[in-house]
Ligand binder design. Structure first.
Ligand code: ADE
Length: 261
């Protein structure tokens, strides 16, 4: 897969792409990411890329010609052009999964107050990474590149690792712990040390449901839920907590805690 990021600020984008999983994926040849300087496609002595807005109103607008010229130069038969724009449809895991199927993405990072409307007409798709306005499309383009790259085969290592994670089932992830078992008086939930894999799976599922129900109830409508999950959600609705449904304490601890009540 190839991803071209067209930006006026390559140095804002490059270092991020050199690090961690994406840096490794690039070195391994799993993804070909190129950062393209929009100014290289501007003409004239001053290589101007922005201009005043027709109709008045403050703010500079990115001119169409350099963006069209950049896209024409980069285009392949498989190219899919995506404009970063806070007015676009929301970027979600489903959009990332769809983009990850493509062979070639051209991501256009806007700047200043906006981009000439003819550029969004030329783009195949527009995406917003959230309901807030950033100073430009560089961070959004990096967000899209990261979310898409990690879905490509081989990038995360273990086969299908991405699929097991948050949002794949439509629920938020359950809590995770590593050593030490006790840190500053805070203990890892005993269930995770119990070795009882069925119970651990149940506990994780209840925690995922609990977190999603509390923090992101809007996700529950699109989540893959079975009858048992629905019964658990009904218990939350009645005022029970995750710990009521599937206690984190082991049998022995559970009794100990009850006796001190
Ligand atoms: N450019 C500025 N803000 C943005 C956002 N939230 N999403 C995509 N592009 C943007």
């Amino acid at each position: 897969m190839r991803i071209d990021i067209v930006t006026l600020f390559p140095s804002m984008v490059e270092p991020v792409l050199a690090e961690s999983m994406i840096g490794r994926a690039r070195k391994a040849g799993l993804v070909d990411i190129r950062v393209v300087n929009l100014r290289d496609y501007a003409t004239g002595r001053h290589r101007i890329t922005d201009d005043y807005q027709f109709g008045g109103g403050g703010g500079m607008v990115l001119k169409p010609e350099p963006l069209f010229a950049a896209v024409e130069a980069l285009r392949t038969p498989a190219a899919h052009v995506v404009l970063m724009d806070p007015r676009g449809p929301r970027f979600t895991q489903a959009v990332a999964a769809a983009l990850a199927q493509r062979e070639h993405l051209i991501l256009l990072a806007g700047r200043y107050e906006g981009v000439d409307e003819r550029v969004s007409e030329m783009a195949d798709e527009t995406v917003s990474i959230g309901d807030y306005v950033l100073t430009g499309g560089e961070l959004p383009a990096l967000v899209v590149t990261d979310a898409v790259t990690r879905l490509r085969p081989g990038v995360l290592g273990a086969e299908g690792a991405a699929e097991r994670e948050s949002f794949a089932s439509g629920l938020l992830e359950p809590p995770q712990y590593t050593r030490p078992e006790e840190f500053d008086g805070r203990r890892v939930p005993a269930v995770l040390l119990s070795g009882d894999h069925a119970r651990i799976a149940r506990w994780r599922r209840v925690q995922a449901l609990w977190r999603t129900w509390r923090a992101r109830p809007d996700l529950l409508g699109g989540a893959e839920l079975d009858a048992a999950d629905r019964r658990i959600l009904e218990r939350f609705e009645r005022g029970e907590t995750a710990d009521d449904v599937e206690p984190a304490a082991t049998e022995r601890e559970g009794h100990g805690r009850d006796s001190t009540r």
